[in-house]
Write a protein that binds this ligand. Sequence first.
Ligand SMILES: Cc1cc2nc3c(=O)[nH]c(=O)nc-3n(C[C@H](O)[C@H](O)[C@H](O)COP(=O)(O)OP(=O)(O)OC[C@H]3O[C@@H](n4cnc5c(N)ncnc54)[C@H](O)[C@@H]3O)c2cc1C
Length: 404
Amino acid sequence: MMRSFDMIVIGAGISGLGMAHYARQAGMRVCVLEASSRVGGCLHTAVGDDGFWLELGAHTCFNSYGRLLQIMRELGLIDRLVLRERLPYRLWQDGRSYAVAARLNWLELMLHAWQLPWLSKRGRTVAGYYRRLLGRGNYERVLRHAFAAVICQPADNVPADLLFRRRARDKRVPRSFTLPGGLMQIATTLAAQCDCRLNHPVRALRRVAGGFEVVTDGGVLHGARVVCATPAPVAAQLLAEVSPQIAGMLSGIAEASVESVAVAVPRAQVGLPPLAGLIAVDDAFYSMVSRDVVPHPQWRGFTFHFRPGRLDAEGQLAHIGAVLGVEQSVVRRLAGKRNRLPSPDATHHARIAALNAALEGQPLGLVGNYFQGVAIEDCLARVAREFKRLSVRSAGLPAGPAHR
Ligand SMILES: Cc1cc2nc3c(=O)[nH]c(=O)nc-3n(C[C@H](O)[C@H](O)[C@H](O)COP(=O)(O)OP(=O)(O)OC[C@H]3O[C@@H](n4cnc5c(N)ncnc54)[C@H](O)[C@@H]3O)c2cc1C
C-alpha cells in the first residue's frame, strides 16, 4: 500500500526542516524528502579530519532571529550558543586590505544620512536607496561591494526592503552566534527529530484525490499537503504539471551561483590581522568569511566566495594563497561547493503577491529564500506564514493540526 502523510516536504534546508518541525509539533504525520546525501542545504559546515570546521554557506545568526531562537529552544540547543567575537570586515582592493571606515567619505555621508528617519526603502532598489542615504561616491566605492558580498551577487537592482530587515533583538542571547560544531547542527538536530529521507530526489508531483502523489526514485508517496522547500527553479519544474500557472511565475525568478571554497591554514603562517572577513572590490571573489570570530588554537580558516567561472580550482587556490599572503603549499582545502541564491528584481513583490494569491486555498505550500529575503530568519518567517495557511482545515483534507 502507498505510504500516506499529512504533509510531505520536498527539500531539507532550513525552510523544509522548519516546516517539518512545525508540522510535527502540531501532530501531523510528516515526511521530508531530500535529493542530496546531506541535510541543511545552504547550512553547510565542512569538517576536517581533526574536527576543525568551516562554514561553506550561512555563517552568522543574530539575536534578532526570534523564530530560529524559539526553534533552538524547542530543540534544546539554546544553551549551546557560541558567541562570535566582534571583529571587523575589511575591504580588499588591488591586492591590499583597507579598513572600511578609511574608504568612506564622512562629509558626504553626513550630508546624506540625515534622511534616514524619512527615507523609505519601499519601491527603491538597493542602489537607489543607499546612494541617496549615504552618497553616490560612498555607494560606488564601498557599499555596492559590501552588499554584493552579503548576497554573493551584484545587489544594485535588488529591492532595498529585502536586505537588512529590522527585527526585535533578544538581549538574553549573544548578538551574533553560532554553535560549537557550526550552524549545520541546527539542520541535523531538526532532521533527527522527523522522518527525513536523504538521497530521495523528488522527480514529479501529481494531483490526486485527497492531495498529491509524490514520485521519487524509491517509489510513490501520498501527501494530503505538499510543501516545496527547494530553490525556485526546482519548484517550477516540479509544479509544471500540477499548476502551470504557479510554475510559470516561479520560473521567472532568476538565480545566481557562487563557488565557495573553504581552506584552513596553520595559525602561525597567516600575517593578516584577525578579521571577520573581506569584502572584495572588483576581484575574482565577492567575499571571504573568516573563522577568526570563533578562534582555534592551531588553525585559521577562510571561506572564499568566488564569482562563477572566473578561476579554475587551481587558480582559486593560488588566489587564496596570494590574498592570505602565504605559500600555496600551506593552504589546506577543506571543501568546496556551488551555492545558489535567488536574484530578486523590481518585479519581485508583485510576483510574490501573485504567487500567494494563486496558492490561496490549495493544499500546496511554497517556502524558501526567494520570498521575504535570504536570511535564515526570513526563510522561517515564510515557513510560519505558509504553515498557518496550510494548517487551516479545508475541504478534502484530513483533520488538520492545531493552529500555530
Ligand atoms: C554563501 C552563503 C552565505 C550565507 N550566509 C548567511 C548568514 O550568515 N546568515 C543567514 O541568516 N543566512 C545566510 N545565507 C542565506 C541562508 O543560508 C539561505 O537563504 C537559507 O539557508 C536557504 O534555506 P532553504 O531551505 O530555503 O533553501 P536551501 O538551503 O537551498 O535548501 C533547499 C534544499 O532542497 C533540496 N532539493 C533540491 N531539489 C530537490 C528535489 N528535487 N527533491 C528533494 N530535495 C531537493 C536541496 O538539496 C536543498 O537541500 C547564506 C547563504 C549562502 C549561499
